[in-house]
Design a protein around this ligand. Structure first.
Ligand SMILES: Cc1ncc(C[n+]2csc(CCOP(=O)(O)OP(=O)(O)O)c2C)c(N)n1
Length: 616
């Protein structure tokens, strides 16, 4: 079958297993060819081809709801639901999304991009279904990486006592982006190995026996029970959550998959189907990958595996610049430790991990825990560096505020992929962190304009005894290692003059130099301000440039509400307060009665009235 001819999953319903196997091969070839041109999440998708075919064979989408956790592994689902013809537009503007997307297809009941949400969403959908007396299946598919995210366990904690019917597919490929870490991973190793001896296991006793729904299932399924019996093993991890369990099953064996899914479908209540898949299946380089290089790739030559876009030899990614500097600083500063929530590859921390294995911590997909752990390390006398992608830092907002900033702890937060990230779309654009961090007391928030400033900022951050954020974008920058570090005075901006300035532009990050270059090329007389601190901002510099009486443009590349322009307008307003703003200042408010606190903060009615009288 021509892959692009598939319009609907109905087309595979009458296929034989052999035909489905051929389809799987064709889809794999299509994925490799297509992703090699567009880039995308190669390994994860190659791993779930048979699983997705089996899901669409057994269930009836869109009536039944298939939810992929993160959604990065939903390409075969897209193909089977009539979207193969659009794969040339994958992850491009107005093209096919790299994740499930509700606006894209009726077969996408949910959308994500961030990890570990599928179980909560499925549970919510199950509650809505049952309260409205509707009847359909809900099938979340969650990977072993995503299962390290706390949200998944919070959901399981509810699901396990709910008796809501749902089939949780546990897609276990023994990898997150790179190696998966933690106790769960260890526990799973035992569970996985049961697969290898299941065929010789004589007296298999399923944990299905141990819950009420499990007994029902076994009774009602006597006809298929025997054939499945060999697949049923004790599942300690899921049993603890009161969940029935089937598996582990070979995720590349279509007949086994279909059988186990049909069984699970009969089950009344939540059930976990444990599926063992091979990440990168069918593409040798991806199969052998242990570091996550093939998890998400740019365009490549499928024959050689060579990436088609190579950096110039003088450039490094921003993440690499930060990582090199961190490695250098960590040589002499033994208090430095590095933390990543499952992004060692993307954040370029693998070299640090190799050099300082005792000082490197991969927490799994657990931004909240990672941030509080950093705070704990700081209390314990270390000076942690935690690297988090800007959009994933949204997860750790309370931990930055409550655990790091409130106690004013020396934690350096590297905000990677800050600003627009491009092809991963809405969920990954790192454009909100300035706005959501700026309101947190005690926090320093900065962004370098070039690699030299990045190195000096990181050096400065480790000189500072409090929370210090450095954000840096996706992409690369000309780099050479500096031979000595210069501390940067916190809260200072720099001024760059091109020609005879007729106007002023305040901007930040790599756009500073781009703009200088462009102004020179166009003989534009302009004063360009490098606003390398968003908090605190350089109010002295602001005063100086205001005196120039030149038109000022704030050029920001992140969300406009609450970011640099807001900071500037707030500061300007205090100098010429036509608008008098009354509110709680930039600090943590201690305990006290509301009456006392309102008075102390100047937001009680008397204080407000006094201000009103003085304002006229
Ligand atoms: C909150 C959050 N943190 C980090 C990521 C980056 N990320 C995307 S996929 C992935 C690994 C997921 O592993 P797994 O669930 O096992 O799926 P696999 O790709 O192995 O199939 C990570 C860490 C994310 N999407 N969301």
């Amino acid at each position: 079958m021509k892959i692009t001819d598939i319009q609907s999953p109905d087309q595979i319903k009458n296929m034989s297993v052999k035909q489905l196997q051929e389809l799987a091969q064709d889809i794999r070839a299509f994925l490799i060819e297509s992703i090699s041109r567009t880039g995308g999440h190669l390994s994860s998708n190659l791993g779930v081809v048979e699983l997705t075919i089996a899901l669409h064979y057994v269930f009836h989408s869109p009536k039944d709801k298939i939810l992929f956790d993160v959604g990065h592994q939903s390409y075969t689902h897209k193909i089977l639901t009539g979207r193969a013809k659009d794969f040339g537009t994958l992850r491009t503007y107005h093209g096919l999304s790299g994740f499930q997307k509700r606006s894209e297809s009726i077969h996408d009941p949910w959308e994500a991009g961030h990890s570990s949400t599928s179980l909560s969403a499925a549970y919510g959908m199950a509650i809505a279904r049952d309260l409205q007396h509707k009847h359909f299946e809900i099938i979340p598919i969650i990977g072993d990486g995503a299962l390290t995210g706390g949200m998944a366990f919070e959901a399981l904690n509810n699901i396990g006592v709910s008796h809501k019917k749902m089939i949780i597919i546990f897609n276990d490929n023994n990898m997150s982006i790179s190696k998966n870490y933690g106790a769960i991973e260890k526990r799973l190793t035992n569970l996985r190995s049961s697969y290898f001896y299941r065929t010789v296991k004589k007296d298999v006793k399923s944990n299905l026996n141990q819950t009420k729904t499990g007994v029902n299932l076994l009774n009602s399924l006597s006809h298929i029970r025997d054939s499945l019996k060999d697949s049923l093993v004790d599942a300690p991890l899921f049993k603890e959550f009161n969940l029935d369990y089937l598996g582990p099953v070979d995720g590349h064996d279509l007949s086994a998959l279909i059988k186990v899914l049909e069984t699970a479908k009969e089950h009344d209540g939540p059930i976990v189907v444990h599926v063992l898949t091979k990440k990168g299946k069918g593409y040798k380089l991806a199969e052998q990958d242990k570091t996550g290089k093939w998890h998400g790739v740019g365009p490549f030559d499928p024959k050689t595996g060579q990436l088609l876009m190579n950096l110039s030899s003088k450039e490094l990614t921003w993440s690499q610049v930060i990582s090199n500097t961190l490695i250098d600083l960590a040589r002499t500063n033994k208090k430095i430790v590095a933390i990543t929530p499952a992004m060692a590859q993307g954040s370029k921390l693998l070299e640090f991990a190799n050099l300082y294995p005792d000082r490197f911590f991969d927490c799994g997909i657990a931004e909240q825990h990672a941030m509080t752990m950093a705070a704990g390390m700081a209390v314990g006398g270390l000076h942690p560096f935690i690297s988090v992608y800007s959009s994933f830092l949204q997860r750790a907002y309370d931990q930055v505020n409550h655990d790091v900033a409130r106690m004013d702890l020396p934690v350096v937060i590297g905000i990677d992929r800050a600003g627009l990230v491009g092809d991963d779309g809405e969920t990954h654009q790192g454009i909100y962190d300035i706005a959501f961090l700026r309101s947190i007391p005690n926090l320093i928030l900065s962004q370098p304009k070039d690699a030299k400033e990045a190195q000096n900022l990181l050096f400065t951050a480790f000189q500072y005894d409090g929370p210090f954020c450095i954000r840096y974008p996706r992409g690369s920058v000309p780099y050479s290692a500096i031979d000595h570090y210069d501390a940067i005075e916190i809260g200072t901006w720099t001024c760059h003059i091109v020609g005879i300035p007729e106007q002023i532009v305040i901007t930040y990050g790599p756009d500073v130099d781009r703009l200088i270059q462009k102004a020179k090329e166009n003989s534009l007389g302009v004063m360009i301000i490098n606003a390398r601190f968003f908090k605190p901002i350089d109010t002295k510099m602001l005063d100086t440039i205001m005196k120039e009486k030149l038109p000022i443009t704030v050029f920001e590349t992140d969300c406009q509400i609450g970011s640099l322009s807001s900071a500037i307008l707030e500061a300007m307003n205090t100098r010429d307060p036509q608008i008098d703003i009354i509110g709680i200042k930039d600090h943590y408010v201690p305990q006290g009665s509301l009456r006392v606190l309102r008075k102390e903060e100047g937001i009680d009615l008397e204080s407000v009235f006094e201000r009103l009288e003085n304002h006229v």
